[in-house]
Design a protein around this ligand. Structure first.
Ligand code: RBV
Length: 437
C-alpha cells in the first residue's frame, strides 16, 4: 500500500492505509449509540434493510459515497452493506463529519476517510474512496462526480454504471455539466424527488439551521429581525421556522414568484441592501455566491449575526469581510467576532459553511429517512438496470413517481397513519370530461 499518496494534515489519527482514516477509533462506542438512536427514527430505511438483507442485490457492486458523515448517513451505509454492497466513504464538507460516527463505521469494517475539519485533505479523502474502483457513486454536492470525471476519465466513461446526487446545488452543477456535454454516466437527481425536497429541504433545513444558530450563539429569536436570503425549498423552511419562534422575518430574492410567495407567507420582502441595515440575524440559502458582500457588512448593525445554510461556503464573501475588518477573535465554537473598521461587530458562524451540519447535527433522522430511502432505491434501480442489461441514458435523471409513492406510503404506515382510497365511482368521475356543473 506504499503507493497511496500521503495526506497533508499531521497530528493524531486512527489510520489503516487502504482501509480507513478517522480521528480516533476509540470514539466508536459513542458513535454506535448515536447510530442506534438514528436507526430507531428511520423506519423506511430499516424496512428496506429488512427487505434486501436476504437477497443482497448489491452483491458484487462497489459504491463510493461522498456525503456528510452523520448518524443518519451511517444508517444508510449499514443498509447498503446489509444489502450486499462494498462501500468506501468520505464526507462532503470539511466541517460536517461526526468523528464518533466515523469511528464506529471504521470499527465495524467500513472503508471510511473522514474527520471533522479535514479541509486540507478534503480531496485526499475523496480520492481514497475512488481507490476501490466503484461502479456506483453517491454524491452530495457533486465533488465526487466531479473528481471522477476530471481525474479518472477512463473510469467515468467506461466503468462507472451511474450515480446519485443528494442536494440542490449538486444537481445544478450536474445539469451544467450535462448541458456542456461533459457528463459521462447517468445520475439520478435524488434532490428533485418529492419525498426529498418537500421534506428534507423544507422541514429538515428549517429546523437544523435554527438548531445550528442556537448552538453557536444561544440568542433569543423572538423579536429579532431575521433575514433569509432565498425563498426556495430551503430558505422558505428557515423563514417559516424563524417566524414560528417569534422573529420578524425578512426575505431577499431575485425571483419574482418566490418573492411573492414569501410576502403571502407573511415575510417582509426587500433587497439585501435594505435588509443589511435592519437585520439582526442573516441566513443565506440561495446556492449562489456573494450574496452578502462588503457593502452589506459595512451597513450592518453592531452585533449582527451572519451564517449560511447552502451547500458551499461561497454565499458570504469572507474575503471582503476580512477586508473591511480590523480584527477578529473566536468567541465560542463556531462563532467568530469581526470588528469592522467602522467600529461595529459582526459575528460569522461556522466559517460561512453550512451552519446546520457544522454547528449542529444536520437534519433530524425522521426526514433523512425519506431522503436516504431515495438514495438506496435509486442505486438499486441502477444495479437492476445493469443486471437486466437495460441501457440507461447518460443524463441527469428524475426519479419515477412510483418511488415517491412507495416511500411516502411506507413512511405513513410506519407512523401508523391511514389514508382514504378513491372509490371506483370517484375514479370514473375524475376521468370523465363530461362531468361538470
Ligand atoms: N443532510 N444530511 C443530513 N443528518 O445526514 N443533514 C442534511 C444528515 C443533507 C441534505 O439532504 C442536504 O440536501 C445536504 O445535506 C446538503 O449538503
Amino acid at each position: 500500500m506504499s503507493n497511496i499518496p500521503k495526506k497533508n494534515m499531521e497530528g493524531s489519527f486512527s489510520e489503516v492505509p487502504g482501509k480507513y482514516c478517522v480521528r480516533d477509533i476509540a470514539m466508536a462506542d459513542e458513535g454506535r449509540k448515536l447510530i442506534e438512536w438514528a436507526e430507531s427514527r428511520m423506519p423506511v430505511l430499516m424496512e428496506l434493510r429488512k427487505m434486501y438483507s436476504k437477497t443482497k442485490p448489491f452483491k458484487g457492486y462497489k459504491i463510493a459515497g461522498c456525503l456528510h458523515v452523520t448518524k443518519e448517513t451511517a444508517v444508510l451505509i449499514r443498509t447498503f452493506i446489509e444489502a450486499g454492497a462494498e462501500l468506501s466513504w468520505s464526507g462532503c464538507n470539511p466541517l460536517s463529519t461526526n468523528d464518533a460516527v466515523a469511528a464506529a463505521l471504521a470499527d465495524e469494517g467500513v472503508s471510511i476517510y473522514a474527520w471533522y475539519d479535514n479541509g486540507p485533505d478534503f480531496y485526499w479523502c475523496i480520492e481514497r474512496t475512488i481507490d476501490i474502483e466503484p461502479q456506483l457513486t453517491l454524491d452530495d454536492g457533486c465533488d465526487l462526480i466531479d473528481t471522477v470525471h476530471e481525474k479518472h476519465q477512463d473510469m467515468a466513461k467506461n466503468y462507472v454504471i451511474g450515480g446519485t446526487e443528494e442536494t440542490t446545488t449538486g444537481v445544478h452543477r450536474l445539469r451544467a455539466r450535462a448541458a456542456a456535454g461533459e457528463l459521462y454516466y447517468p445520475v439520478y437527481a435524488v434532490n428533485d424527488a418529492e419525498t426529498k425536497w418537500d421534506f428534507d429541504n423544507v422541514y429538515g433545513t428549517g429546523q437544523s439551521t435554527l438548531d445550528g444558530i442556537l448552538r453557536a450563539t444561544s440568542v433569543l429569536f423572538a423579536g429579532k429581525n431575521f433575514v433569509v436570503a432565498g425563498h426556495g425549498h430551503c430558505g422558505s423552511g428557515v423563514a417559516k421556522r424563524a417566524q414560528g419562534m417569534g422573529s420578524n422575518t425578512i426575505v431577499t430574492e431575485v425571483k419574482a414568484t418566490a418573492a411573492l410567495k414569501a410576502t403571502l407567507n407573511g415575510h417582509e420582502v426587500m433587497t439585501m441592501e435594505e435588509a443589511a441595515k435592519v437585520g439582526d440575524i442573516f441566513v443565506t440559502a440561495t446556492g449562489v455566491k456573494d450574496i452578502i458582500r462588503k457593502e452589506h457588512f459595512e451597513a450592518m448593525r453592531d452585533g449582527a449575526i451572519i451564517c449560511n445554510t447552502g451547500h458551499y461556503d461561497a454565499e458570504i464573501n469572507i474575503t471582503e469581510l476580512e477586508e473591511v475588518s480590523k480584527s477578529k477573535r473566536t468567541i465560542r465554537p463556531n462563532c467568530e467576532e469581526y470588528t469592522l473598521k467602522n467600529g461595529n461587530r459582526v459575528y460569522l458562524l461556522a466559517q460561512g459553511r453550512l451552519i446546520n451540519l457544522a454547528a449542529a447535527e444536520g437534519h433530524p433522522s425522521e426526514v433523512m429517512d425519506m431522503s436516504f430511502a431515495n438514495q438506496f432505491m435509486s442505486h438499486l434501480r441502477l444495479v437492476e438496470a445493469k443486471k437486466a442489461d437495460k441501457a440507461i441514458p447518460i443524463e441527469v435523471m428524475d426519479l419515477p413517481v412510483e418511488q415517491d409513492e412507495f416511500i411516502a406510503e411506507t413512511k405513513l404506515k410506519m407512523m401508523n397513519m391511514a389514508i382514504d382510497k378513491l372509490t371506483a365511482e370517484q375514479i370514473a368521475y375524475i376521468n370523465d370530461y363530461n362531468a361538470g356543473t
